[in-house]
Design a protein around this ligand. Structure first.
Ligand SMILES: [Zn+2]
Length: 82
């Protein structure tokens, strides 16, 4: 569901407004002004955040594989000198 954040150009009040097809035009709950600035959508922000989480997890996995490989190389080094 698209929830938008608005900032009132008149009084500067910021609020979230759920926009449905049947919803009336958003208005400032503080001063009833319709001159609003639409800020970034919250749903867009949350999907972007989860994408970042997935990326971070993928990076962690890649780092773990890398460490394992280094460990193997280190063992081989010991075998070489034993
Ligand atoms: Zn206002």
């Amino acid at each position: 569901m698209p929830i938008y954040e608005y900032a009132c150009r008149d009084c500067g009040h910021r609020f979230e407004y759920l926009t449905l097809a049947t919803s009336p035009r958003a208005e400032c709950p503080a001063c009833r002004n319709h001159d609003l600035e639409q800020l970034i959508s919250l749903s867009a922000v949350s999907s972007e955040a989860s994408r970042q989480t997935h990326l971070a997890r993928a990076h962690k996995k890649a780092a773990a594989v890398h460490n394992e490989k280094q460990h193997e190389d280190h063992k081989r080094l010991h075998q070489h000198y034993d």
